[in-house]
Design a protein around this ligand. Structure first.
Ligand code: GTP
Ligand code: MG
Length: 559
């Protein structure tokens, strides 16, 4: 079922005939001239992927190498921009040429260090060395427009301490605090470039065997809810053009290792993982988790500083990212609100703790926020978006129909947002979920209303694209109760903050929820001792499908 989507919108990118004018504004500083075009997910992906083809990264001694590197690279063609960044105190520059030919010419001139244990792999990743006795490239005078494209030094990742001190300047304005928080943490231009560059490296590494392969980032790297430093989720499709040439008489000769699709994918991933670990520069700590429902290869990228989760033939996940992306594009409240609530959830230990699957994830929190905004009549339901879809919006993934209106400028006008502020929406979010009946109700973004749960899962959030599935199937009862207690607590704190001297958001963030043995409510909301809940059978699919060896490796990696 590779590439079952009906319209091939992510075509292979090899040319350089696009301008930078359409670059998306959400992730960078570059202003788009045509907003409605730029805000479609396909344009965003295609433009960022094209940038990656014209990009190299170069390890240098320090940021002082900037002019020297600029001069050297300029001798191969005009440079569009240079960005300094560090990974574990090692210094790098990301250099994007204006034309792909310049990048190709530079690669032709590059060499390998002559050494017996070197495998002479070529990629768009280099080190910049000084050669004793060799004349340095003549230093060119950088014009002011050149300088405008060079981003040095690196802006360090924000910390919770830095965020707190920035928020302290606006304690009486929660809306302003939410905007600051979003601006501080949202994925920036270099973060997005490095993610697409890392995806491009994987794609490029396998092009001789699979010329139509495509590797796309998905999840928070592209859905508009990405935080600086978030992981990179990648999906590879080995033949992105398979549906395009179904009428051809000539059929490629191929091999098949095993009979069914799932085993084939697992075998392919196993083989790819060996190549990745052995040959591909920067890839390290490769861990295969192939028995999980969605098999993945985890790895660290030492040259881009990213933690990556690599999967195959999972276009549904890309369309899910697109859905979240367009919801974020459609209303200016969505992203700052989601960021604030995710930050709050992490600070009160709702997310980022415990066994994955049994606790509430960032993805589930995001869906809770979007559903709440549907109840406020600020976002349309997926059914409405489906009913408004045009022929060019049709997408069928390997598992389901992912058709919905993809052009944000055609979204129905939601008048209700005019009466709201970020602060009022945040407060109401806490109030809304304080009284939500999680014991009997399921959350359905597709219908835009809550439904009765079809089973006894503790938390029921219908998968927005595959309604019969529950994305929070394995969340433990105690976690739901902790969530309810935390939202009630936050609602009270915000309310108290209005009456006395408050620190705004900092009041709700500071209030930690210790993981202690206290009395909670069970699924039917009768009071029970939490120890009883811990004895519940946990159906953790992810965990069950990992071998002991996988789990051990994962623990070592995490530690
Ligand atoms: P962070 O990585 O925490 O910043 O957020 P994320 O949205 O990237 O989450 P994660 O890396 O856990 O998952 C990546 C993507 O996979 C999500 O954005 C979803 O599209 C999808 N995903 C994650 N969890 C689930 C799940 O339980 N069910 C389904 N169907 N998709 C999921
Ligand atoms: Mg992720």
């Amino acid at each position: 079922c590779h590439g079952m989507h009906t319209r091939n919108s992510h075509t292979k990118i090899t040319d350089d005939n696009q301008t930078s004018k359409l670059l998306n504004t959400t992730f960078g500083n570059i202003k788009a001239e045509n907003q409605s075009l730029a805000s479609t997910f396909d344009n965003f992906l295609n433009n960022r992927r094209k940038e990656a083809t014209k990009t190299i990264i170069v390890e240098v001694q320090s940021s002082d190498s900037c002019n020297d590197l600029y001069s050297y690279c300029s001798s191969y063609g005009p440079i569009h921009l240079m960005h300094h960044y560090t990974v574990d105190k090692n210094h790098f520059f990301l250099v994007e040429f204006k034309n792909i030919e310049s990048r190709k010419a530079l690669m032709t001139a590059a060499t390998h260090i002559h050494h017996q244990d070197i495998i002479p792999v070529q990629s768009q990743m280099f080190s910049f060395r000084n050669i004793a006795g060799q004349k340095k490239t003549k230093k060119i005078q950088l014009s002011s427009s050149d300088l405008a494209n060079i981003h040095v030094p690196t802006i360090n990742k924000p910390t919770v301490e830095k965020m707190s001190s920035a928020l302290m300047n606006h304690t009486n304005d929660i809306t302003k605090q939410m905007e600051i928080l979003y601006d501080m943490w949202k994925l920036d231009d270099i973060g997005t470039r490095l993610r697409f560059f890392t995806a491009h490296q994987m794609e490029n590494s396998f092009t001789s065997l699979f010329p139509n392969n495509i590797v796309l980032p998905f999840g928070s790297s592209v859905n508009g809810f990405g935080k600086k430093g978030c992981d990179l989720d990648l999906v590879m499709n080995l033949d992105n053009n398979i549906m395009e040439k179904q009428g051809s008489r000539l059929v490629f000769r191929t091999k098949s290792i095993v009979s069914d699709q799932r085993s084939q994918t697992k075998k392919t991933m196993e083989l790819l993982s060996f190549i990745m670990q052995t040959f591909i520069p920067g890839i390290s700590n490769v861990i295969r988790i192939l028995k999980a429902r969605v098999p993945i290869i985890k790895y660290d990228h030492l040259l881009t500083g990213l933690e990556c989760d690599f999967s195959m033939t999972n276009m549904t996940a890309v369309y899910m990212s697109e859905l979240l992306y367009i919801y974020g594009e459609s209303c200016e409240f969505v992203r700052p609100l989601v960021f604030t609530i995710r930050q709050w959830a992490s600070s009160v230990n709702i997310t980022g703790v415990g066994t994955p699957g049994t606790t509430i994830s960032n993805f589930q929190i995001t869906l809770l926020v979007l559903f709440y905004l549907q109840q406020k009549k600020i976002l349309p339901s997926i059914n409405v978006l489906k009913s408004l879809s045009r022929p060019e919006d049709v997408r069928i993934s390997e598992t389901c129909d992912c058709t919905f209106l993809r052009n944000v400028s055609l979204f129905p006008i939601m008048k209700n947002k005019n009466n709201e502020t970020l602060e009022s929406l945040l407060t109401d979010f806490f109030v809304y979920y304080s009284t939500f009946d999680f014991s009997t109700k399921a959350i359905s973004l597709r219908d835009g209303i809550s439904l009765y749960k079809p089973n006894t899962d503790n938390l029921y959030i219908c998968n927005p694209l595959e309604k019969a599935l529950n994305v929070s199937k394995n969340v433990h009862a105690t976690e739901v109760v902790r969530f309810i207690e935390a939202v009630r607590n936050a609602a009270e704190l915000i309310n108290e903050g209005n009456e006395k001297d408050s620190r705004g958001l900092l009041d709700i963030f500071a209030e930690k929820q210790p993981r202690k043995k206290i009395t909670f409510f069970n699924k039917s909301f009768k009071r029970v001792n939490v120890a009883d809940l811990f004895d519940d059978k946990i159906n953790d699919e992810h965990k069950n499908n990992m071998t002991n060896e996988d789990i051990k490796k994962e623990r070592i990696r995490k530690s």
